[in-house]
Design a protein around this ligand. Sequence first.
Ligand code: ZN
Length: 336
Amino acid sequence: MSREPLLRLTSAGLYCSRGGFHIDPWNPVACAVVTHAHGDHAVRGSRKYLAAESGSLILQHRMGPRAQIQTLPFGQAIDLDGVQVSLHPAGHILGSSQVRVEHKGEVWVVSGDYKVAPDTTCAAFEPVKCHTFITESTFGHPNYHWEPQSVTFAEIHDWWRDNQAQDRASLLYAYSLGKAQRLLAGLDSGIGPIHAHPSVEEMNVFYRQSGIDLPATRSPKGEMSPSEWSRSLILMPPASRWEKGLHFHGHYSTAFASGWMVLPGEPAKRGVERGFALSDHADYSELLAAIAATEAERVLVTHGYIDEFVATLKSRGYDAAPHKSFRCKRPPRVPE
Ligand SMILES: [Zn+2]
């Protein structure tokens, strides 16, 4: 006799009918458990949200002031119609969580986006034991391997110093929620002044209000002497590459910080001179290690290299299957 799985995909997204809630739905629903505030996981309009306490300021900002958001500290369970739900750190951005769902001894965990590399701006990824693990696979291909972040930060610092020596500012493009703050926390502010584009600074403020220690930043829109310009590193959101008015102070060099930059030719494709492969997702081997740590019998794969990663998992003896919807047929090309 087949029975309905604890979580299943519906037209609104991943749904738990026993508990009456969705996880990261892409349409408004009655109760949305949200793993994190990125736009492909959190949408406006649901009647009620459940999310991690540490990311509540950012989620409230993104969902709007009228959104009803209930928060949970990591590890604390709540009962939703007989289903136990708890949130556990995913290490992706501030407040990012994995969702653990338990019913009559059966445990599922939904990873959301996750990374295992250290990041002082959010709680570290925590392996959660379960029977079924739904994993993302953004970088679930052997092409993707991250160097230790100390190596990547050293490359960024060298690029910054080299630009200073050539009297040009360093414009570093990075996703404004999560990546920019991780960069800010890891950059050596002794090298020179750090500026943040207003949309990056908006997120910096929420991080600081949430208790995350970030160095002071200035706005690149204000008055700047030629010598300050050429010593500065400026954190910019990717879309601002086409903005007018921020480049008028003098010469500059451009770079992009993203996992996709590990691919040759990617910086040129994005219209920048340099790429730094710093990702807020696990790389291929990190995904495999994280999955092994869950001790899951069954692994469902979503968001990214779904078919390739399912094949990898099957070849390693897992009961693996794609967990596809029209929303996640291809690797996302967002710069994270
Ligand atoms: Zn994300």
